[in-house]
Design a protein around this ligand. Structure first.
Ligand code: EPZ
Length: 420
């Protein structure tokens, strides 16, 4: 089990290049299963989850060639197996995203039923209901989702009861090869969904409405190979902006799409940060200033992203005033607050809201990560705290943040990895 040792209290300064988006790369890699031709995907982040998805594709028989910059060439002609095994799915829930593509192209798929995780039960009922509406027969046997559509999938008019990113992505991919037209209503509008749609269109899919809550897909007989570059990671970018704001520093992020972070930038301005944006860059300056507390309520895009909630909770712990953070997307995503209180924060939980009374600073302490974004928020707390913080179980962090200690060291942080 690795851990990060952080000596906090230093303002962060410098510039960073943002990596490719994990949550766009994962569905796009799954989408390569939709064609027997070769696809080339560029700007993949060096993350454990990406490696796991590549391992899963390999296990399905796909030919993979990785180049020196972790660009990947996928040969979909050699798929020999439509079963995504428990051993891999248990390490990464996003494995469920191979269900739609396998079913659409091969008429059958078996995917281990993904378990819940620290932030919630994470059901996939809407994925399955949508596929059944498209003609799939689905049973759950020995912990596996077994889906069959021997005559292929057919287009359907589907209204999603809850806005679901993964559900929208699975059904979007399945619909590209269905007979007829599919309409997805109450669809997720996240930029990662749009990036997936653009990738599918590059393969020859007929899709319109991506980025709105109604997506229309006209099925085609087959998809072709293509070259595609994954969008920048808006959550990685937001995480570093909050870390610099919390430590009273200054940073320039490059290779980012500011419109993907509109509401996050508004909240950082509300906290007192000076922010300037260019077409593919964001500059934040909080030099010598203590942030003001902000109120956050998470919601599907374009609302405030749940994946940025923990980071802003950390910012509020040392802000001027009382901040309120309400989590509406997942049922158990305020867990990091207990670890922050061990660092001297003053956070009270009322239902799905954290009331955060800002303190001038935090005290370093040994803390334990529970999920990807909670881990990032504990790193931010450690960067702010006086003294030493050891964030344990950082395999959570390695799933979603490429080279986090190197990137923070380049901004002047005193942080290093230790194997314990
Ligand atoms: C994606 O998860 C992201 N993961 C998550 O990021 C992100 O937090 C989440 O979307 C919300 O934006 C990837 O893209 C790989 P959902 P996903 O389906 O698709 C309920 C990170 O930190 N729901 O949009 O699993 C569900 O319980 C990760 O990078 C159903 O009820 O999220 C939740 O309450 C964490 N039935 C809500 O919808 C379903 O069939 C939103 O979940 C599906 C979802």
């Amino acid at each position: 089990m690795g851990s990060l040792l952080i000596r906090g209290g230093r303002p962060l300064h410098g510039r960073l290049k943002v990596s490719g988006a994990k949550n766009a790369a994962l569905p796009i890699l799954a989408g390569t299963l939709l064609t027997p031709e070769t696809t080339r995907i560029h700007n993949l982040p060096h993350l454990h989850d990406i490696t796991t998805m590549m391992e899963l594709l390999g296990c399905l028989g796909v030919g993979l060639t990785v180049d020196e910059r972790l660009g990947i060439e996928v040969d979909g002609s050699s798929v020999t197996n439509v079963r995504a095994p428990y051993e891999l799915v248990k390490t990464m829930r996003a494995s469920i995203l191979v269900l739609g593509p396998l079913l659409a192209r091969f008429g059958e798929a078996e995917v281990s039923f993904p378990g819940g995780c620290a932030i919630g039960s994470r059901p996939v009922d809407l994925h399955l209901k949508g596929l059944e509406a498209m003609g799939a027969d689905i049973t759950i046997e020995e912990g596996y989702i077994k889906a069959k559509a021997p005559g292929g999938l057919r287009g359907a008019d589907i209204t999603l009861e809850t806005v679901t990113v993964g559900g929208t992505e699975n059904l979007l991919m399945a619909a590209t090869l269905a007979r007829g037209t599919t309409v997805l209503r109450n669809a997720a509008r996240e930029p990662e969904v749009v990036d997936l749609a653009q990738f599918l269109i590059a393969m020859g899919a007929k899709i319109s409405g991506q980025g709105s809550s109604t997506i229309e897909i006209e099925g085609v007989p087959a998809l072709q190979g293509c070259d595609y570059t994954v969008m920048p990671d808006r959550i990685e970018a937001g995480t570093y902006l909050v870390a610099v704001a919390a430590t009273g520093g200054k940073v320039r992020l490059e290779g980012v799409i500011p419109t993907h972070l509109a509401i996050v930038l508004d909240k950082l301005r509300e906290a007192g940060a000076d922010i300037s944006i260019e077409s593919d860059a964001i500059e934040l300056d909080m030099t010598g200033r203590r942030p003001s507390a902000v109120a956050i309520t998470t919601a599907p895009y374009p609302g405030f992203p749940t994946d940025m909630q923990a980071q802003f909770t950390a910012l509020n712990t040392i802000a001027e005033g009382v901040g309120r953070v309400t989590e509406t997307v997942f049922e158990n995503r305020l867990i990091q607050t207990h670890e922050m209180n061990r660092m001297g924060a003053d956070i009270q939980i009322e239902g799905n809201t954290a009331i955060v009374t800002g303190r001038p600073t935090l005290r370093g302490a040994p803390v334990m990560a529970s999920d990807l974004r909670a881990s990032a928020s504990l790193v931010i707390a450690g960067l702010v705290a006086s003294g030493e913080t050891v964030v344990d179980r950082i395999y959570h962090i390695d799933r979603g943040y490429e080279c986090i200690e190197e990137k923070l060291q380049s901004l002047g942080a005193d942080i290093r990895r230790q194997t314990s």
